[in-house]
Design a protein around this ligand. Sequence first.
Ligand code: ACM
Ligand code: ZN
Length: 765
Amino acid sequence: MKYKILTLLLLISTISIAQQTLNLIPKPNSVEIKKGHFVLNKETVILADENSFEAKFLQKEIKNKTGLQLKISLNSNSISKIGFYDLLLPGVITKTDSLGNRSTNRNKGQYFLRVEKNDITIAQADNVGNFYGIQTLLQLIPFEKKSEIKIPYLSISDQPKFQWRGMHLDVCRHFFPKDFIKKYIDYLAMYKMNTFHWHLTDDQGWRIEIKKYPKLTEVGAWRNGSMIGHYTDQTFDSIRYGGFYTQEDIKEIVTYAKERHITIVPEIEMPGHALAALASYPEFSCTGGPFEVGKTWGVLEDVFCPKDETFTFLENILVEVMELFPSEYIHIGGDECPKVRWKSCPHCQKRIKDENLKDEHELQSYFIQRIEKFVNSKGRKIIGWDEILEGGLAPNAAVMSWRGTEGGIAAAKQKHFVVMSPGSHCYFDHYQGEPKNEPIAFGGYTNVEKVYSFNPVPKELFAEESKYILGAQANLWTEYINTPEHVEYMLFPRIAALSEVVWGTSNPNEYKEFEKRLISHFEIYDKKGINYSKAIFEVTSKVQPAENGVAFELKSANPNGIKYTINGSEPNTNSISYEKPILVTKNQTIKAAYFENGKAKSATIEQPFFITKSTGKKIELVHQPHENYGIGGSFTLVDGMKGNPSKFGRDWLGFWGKDMNATIDLGKTETISKISINTLSSEGSWIYYPKSIGILVSKDGDNYIPITIVSSKEIKETKGKIVVEFDKQNVQFIKVIAENNGIISDGNPGAGSNSWLFVDEISVE
Ligand code: ACM
Ligand code: ZN
């Protein structure tokens, strides 16, 4: 009997070890946990050269986390050791069991981490592997001031899938000091990211010292005011704002990044987004200026003029840039370059004629190709935003796909390297929670789960083509972000999700498992003083058609903690506990929040419902919405929830270059006399009001009679909130056609591209 109990106990202890999660992010390729613990204490020695950066980094981090001051030494008699083994030095490594093909088919950064009785060993083929092994080991060590830290015996085999694991930061719209840039690099390193795309020049500020052209920073780094509030408000302050990095600052930052195995890819924007440079040197524009450094942002018309002097200017700048940054790739921008100035510029028109170019789009391609030749002549390569596909891709250029994945797909099919960074999943300037509860953001809705669901390799590519996908990165544009704390807030925790995507171990079907690991990282953020978003605790909702109305389903990281009210009052611990979807059949407002131990852990979400004759009814669309702005399908238009003008992501349907043509079937003949529909304008995000809205009704679904056509003028006057009242009609079918604005005209944000049409809630009374 005794014996039996003992085996049972043994069994239980093995199970609990097997189930123990290590909360590692990004999740390693393979982890095997064994029974027992290594004990880290002050006797533990780091077996390494005292000058090794990696060893000193490990020593410092262990000290910060635990208070333990470990010795670094190559010769030590200590029993408890952390050691490093070079896989490429034959004979040094003694444990070669699972290391087949390591030196041939190996990604940079591969490492093996073993925790055994007296030894922790990191085996690798390069210092990148050492660094990643250390980052993993550090995640196994809790933030706890203790004399003994237990680390479970384990064996980890790991390597990154993608070679470009990037984060971008815009320091032009707002400037961030050198010390924060270093912190940002630490944040990337913590999650084994390896590329920092530093957006250094734009209309609103030139941020890099160029010795040959001092006015770039004397003039171009300063503006006489900034936009305050949302783009749609067009309000400004008149406070002089600016800053730049000296070449000494940059050298220091590049070294700092290199130690952490991060490549900095600098971006020098051309031919568009050039106003700060043109304010400094107006002779390189088409008109000669004068110009002021941009206060407003968006897409501005004054761009570099492709004359020979401009190329000399840009080439001299690039020479200094390439001396500072050793990266293989130099980012030359290429996005959002309006062609208005070029159309009426004699230099530009002569260039088009002399070079036998078809039009201004081919002139853009000429511009990029000429810069590419120069950069290639210095042994480097260019990467640019996907507009560099316009008018023909430069022969060796890599493409950063931001307007969706289409540009990246086209480039990979042409055998060009690609970094995926689509707005839908990789723009960290979008909201990550309910806008009402969030600091003002660009728009959009890209929460942690959405980032985690991203696959950098589109299904449209064949295996041969997918090898051109270098990886992915997220972009952090700072129009609305003016403090380091706010940058952190937009970065965390989404960077954790991105890191697992680019490491190659994410599994969107197991998002909840990732979320658990992620929540455990919040403790690290708290201890490190990182300002992060807790939006994942926020109650999220889903709505479905139901008898006479809709069913409102609520979710959170822990649904048992949701409390809600249906009378507009603030929820508290005594409010209704959420159990199942709430049936809504009349106008009412539901408020919900997530509670833990009697305290609200999330901000309250609030959802007003407007139940009308169309709510929950059958609705068909002729053209489907774009996949990024159409999650709820046509039902979104009759779900009883009106689109929130500052949140483009969920309550709205977005049509990219297409009309909205919807038919609602009320199910039976109803007497109606009022139809309302909302549409949105946010030109900075290329969302434009429709040209017109037509409304028709029918008794039988075949013969329609027109009720009205709402003109563009009326749509603008009502700010997109259309209400049409008419004499009573007995009908069953209603057709609403909103005409897309079409190709965006010159001088407007997104010029030359399709317009987005955003519509929501068709109410029928
Ligand atoms: C971009 O977001 N304009 C590349
Ligand atoms: Zn010109």
